[in-house]
Write a protein that binds this ligand. Structure first.
Ligand code: ADP
Ligand code: ZN
Length: 817
């Protein structure tokens, strides 16, 4: 009987692809091993073995596989089940989930190899110059890569040359796989075994008396060995002996020393984990017990604890108990910026049991975490990571902590899979019969709704640790301040007063403004023209620091003009303000103090955040100006004052979650103030001091906010009462987007009636030259989600059958955030 193998390919293919395998291959292959397979025109892909069976595919003749790449699976069974859930729930392919999960270096890539056609011996005279160079190079080596050809010919466009040579039969092309993961090897040295005896050793030292430098190296080796019994690194030896590597190499060549390699992990924890776990306060202890009681019956518990109530220390206690049982723990954070502070804190307790996984790690570093986790090393018993860490190969999870569970960055926006890491974590925990602890000072309405309806356990901490008072929040009326001329730039007299006091007391200050750049609007005072991005429907933001106008959606930039590009007058004005302008103004107001800025523009690069956070932590910065980035759970000791420069543009954001978000954001920024003994102070500048959300923020009235917002969600049929699916249509042709989305909406309305909204253009209707139009489907609680998706897929399939619509990209977003 014939045997077939279905594989997952790392591309958006709806179905698994089938290959023909031999009986021997079938015996060897296990689900989850990597298999190199041919796909399309002589391309080779890394796929994952998915299913072995006897049913030939109907639509095509199956090819044979190219090569089996692993000896055992590189993913776990429960992981694969979890991937399947993600693909099903978020309506994407398993291949897309695979692509998002596997570190790049595990997906081998094929590369085109060029080699001589031995049957033909060309005459030099018949060859063009480029061809001659390539043939000549192939006399010295058997094959060349495209990259080699580029450097040999010293030009970029080499494909036409190669193509012509293939046509003339001079060379052949084929694909070869290459491994991208490079283990990191460290060089070690030891004395050759013959010198084990005292006698031989004496002989050696005598022999070396004529080479004193070499003798010195051998003696240093002894010293090092005497100090500890550990293997000795070559670098250590050269450092201790003061000898050059050439001298050591001479000893290796003489076979006196032996060189060997040990593979090490790139990221290693060097310190000692000797921190004793803090003794919990009475409130914390009660909370811990309550959480454990809920876990007896419920798999998910929400810990709602005000900022600085000591939630992290409770997590630490729970983690400790899991480690004692030999279980794995996943600790999810919304943002990589947060990992530094937290990892340090956790390492203090758990040392090298912690593995960190996030997108700023290199692909090689991520492979190491993956492998350590896969082989269940204690080195990766606790994984701290952002969103994508839920996709890792866990085998024995006991607990998942989702810190700052309300953060929207847990939802992946682009590309597929558009999953919500908190929700995916809850499903993952189910596969492992593990527990999930959601933590936040400002829970999402979703989670608080689930907790108050009894689906999740609910535990609340209403006081800060050590009875530190919640910060005092004052609303500053900007309209009034402007009227009475009490403003300097964007600073009210109250803010300046409080800043002066804080700085005078050597306390630190955080200023929050949710826009980066200098000013978001540039406008000509004569003709009203304002420069637009050529690719997107937005006006350009002025960045004074680089004297540029930049688009925050596509990165387009151009030099700031002095004259209006429309009317030519030198009457260009800037309106609105971003972090850059605030930073400038602080420098003018408080010239003797250090100010720094934390936003996307200042935190690029692997250690961008770390540097700023460390500098601020160590008191080298007095005033930190920043965007959202500042809000996320950072624990600074010395911040006395927080200023929110303008609350209104948060509140007026056109989204049904705008009020919930504003509440969360402002409470979180406010929570950075006064975390130790001194009571903190927060000033919120606004034109609407009577806005109910601002009132709720200033009185810390989460429950009131929850009840009011939930009323709106009931009345207007929004989550968590109704589910949402957003369908986005993208194309560069405006009319096509309109026609396609109209057609789709009409079909949807036949099934879902009034629960279909749109199509409608979002506030920014064109991004990177593509028009976007959205349809929103609201799904009542009693309507089957599976049936809803089925109906959408059916309509999508008929949509794809219309030739005109096919080029329009359709993006499905489940539980749109
Ligand atoms: P949260 O996570 O709720 O914002 P943290 O866990 O960061 O709060 O705690 C706030 C501060 O209080 C931290 O600096 C932490 O070290 C300290 N802290 C919390 N609990 C204890 C405890 N039981 N003993 C000593 N210090 C504590
Ligand atoms: Zn743009």
């Amino acid at each position: 009987m014939e045997i077939f193998l279905d594989v997952i390919l790392p591309i958006p293919l709806q179905k698994a692809f089938t290959y023909h395998i031999t009986e021997a291959e079938a015996d060897f292959i296990k689900v989850g091993m990597r298999i190199a397979v041919p796909f399309g025109k002589n391309k080779i892909y890394t796929a994952l073995a998915y299913q072995i069976h006897n049913n030939p595919p109907v639509a095509y003749e199956p090819k044979t596989i190219h090569q089996i790449l692993d000896e055992k699976p590189i993913i776990t069974e429960s992981q694969l089940k979890h991937w399947e859930w993600i693909a099903g729930y978020y309506m994407c392919s398993l291949g897309e989930v695979m692509r998002a999960s596997l570190p790049n270096a595990l997906i081998l890539e094929s590369e085109t190899i060029i080699s001589r056609n031995e049957d033909i011996t060309p005459k030099d005279a018949e060859l063009k110059d480029d061809e001659f160079l390539i043939i000549e190079a192939l006399q010295y080596q058997t094959s060349l890569k495209i990259q080699d050809v580029i450097s040999i010919l010293d030009k970029k466009r080499v494909l036409p040359v190669i193509k012509e040579m293939v046509e003339k039969g001079l060379v052949q092309l084929h694909e070869e796989l290459y491994e991208k993961y490079q283990p990191k090897l460290v060089r070690y040295v030891k004395l050759d075994e013959v010198f084990r005896t005292e006698e031989k050793l004496q002989e050696l030292l005598e022999l070396l008396s004529r080479a004193p430098k070499q003798r010195e190296v051998v003696l240093s080796l002894f010293t090092l060995q005497a100090r500890s019994n550990k293997p000795i690194k070559l670098s250590e030896l050269t450092k201790t002996s003061g000898a050059s590597t050439a001298i050591v190499k001479a000893l290796i060549d003489k076979t006196i020393l032996k060189e060997y390699h040990i593979q090490i992990d790139r990221v290693q924890f060097e310190g000692e984990a000797d921190g004793a776990i803090k003794e919990l306060s009475v409130e914390q202890n009660d909370a811990l017990n309550a959480i454990e009681n809920h876990f007896e019956e419920k798999s998910v518990t929400l810990l709602h604890g005000v900022t600085s109530s000591g939630k992290t220390e409770i997590y630490v206690n729970l983690i400790q108990k899991q480690l004692e049982q030999g279980k794995q723990v996943l600790y999810l954070l919304p943002e990589i910026a947060l990992t530094t502070q937290l990892v340090e804190r956790l390492q203090y307790y758990f040392g090298e049991k912690i593995a960190v996984f996030h997108s700023r790690y290199s692909s090689n570093e991520r492979v190491e975490v993956w492998n350590n986790l896969l082989s269940q090393k204690t080195k990766a018993q606790i994984v701290v990571g952002a969103r994508s860490a839920v996709l890792l190969p866990f085998s024995d999870l006991g607990l998942i902590v989702v810190d700052e569970e309300h953060e929207q960055s847990y939802k992946q926006f682009d590309p597929a899979p558009r999953y919500h890491a908190r929700d995916a974590a809850i499903v993952l925990a189910n596969f492992h019969k593990a527990k999930v602890l959601l933590g936040s000072a400002t829970p999402s309405l979703e989670s608080y709704f689930n907790a108050s309806s009894g689906k999740y356990g609910l535990v609340e901490l209403t006081k800060r640790y050590n009875n530190v008072l919640m910060p005092e929040i004052e609303l500053v009326d900007l309209a009034d301040k402007h009227k009475r001329k009490r403003m300097k730039g964007h600073f009210s007299d109250r803010l300046i007063e409080e800043m002066t006091i804080a700085l005078h007391e050597s306390q630190q200050i955080i200023l929050f403004q949710n826009r980066r750049g200098f000013s978001p609007i540039v406008e000509c005072l004569t003709c009203g023209h304002s420069p637009q991005c050529p690719n997107c429907d937005v006006s350009l933001t002025f960045h004074q620091y680089r004297n540029q106008l930049r688009c925050h959606y596509c990165g387009f930039n151009t030099i700031m003009m002095t004259n209006c590009e429309a009317c030519g007058n030198a009457t260009i004005d800037t309106k609105g303000f971003g972090t850059e302008q605030i930073e400038e103004e602080v420098k003018v107001l408080f010239p003797e103090h250090q100010v720094a800025r934390m936003d996307l523009d200042t935190t690029r690069g692997k250690f961008g955040f770390e540097k700023l956070i460390t500098n601020f932590d160590q008191g080298e910065i007095d005033v930190l100006v920043g965007t959202q980035m500042l809000t996320k759970g950072l624990d600074f000791r010395n911040v006395k004052l927080v200023g929110i420069m303008n609350a209104d543009n948060l509140l007026n954001f056109p989204d049904f979650r705008a009020h919930e978000r504003s509440y969360q954001l402002m409470s979180q920024v406010a929570g950075r103030a006064g975390r130790t003994d001194l009571r903190g102070k927060v000033l919120i500048q606004t034109y609407n001091p009577h806005h109910k959300i601002l009132q709720q923020v200033s009185t810390n009235a989460y429950n009131e906010m929850f009840t009011e917002q939930m009323n709106d969600r009931y009345n207007y049929h929004y989550p968590p009462i109704f589910r949402l699916i957003k369908i986005t249509f993208k194309h560069k042709d405006y009319n096509k987007v309109n026609a396609a989305s109209d057609w789709f909406a009409t079909s949807l309305r036949q099934v879902f009636k009034a629960n279909v909204l749109g199509p409608e253009f979002p506030p920014i209707s064109r991004i990177r030259n593509l028009y976007n139009k959205n349809i929103l489907i609201k799904i009542p609680q009693n309507q089957s989600l599976a049936k809803t998706k089925e109906a959408i897929m059916k309509i999508h399939n008929s949509f794809n059958a219309v030739k005109d619509f096919r080029p329009v990209r359709v993006v499905l977003n489940i539980d749109n955030y």
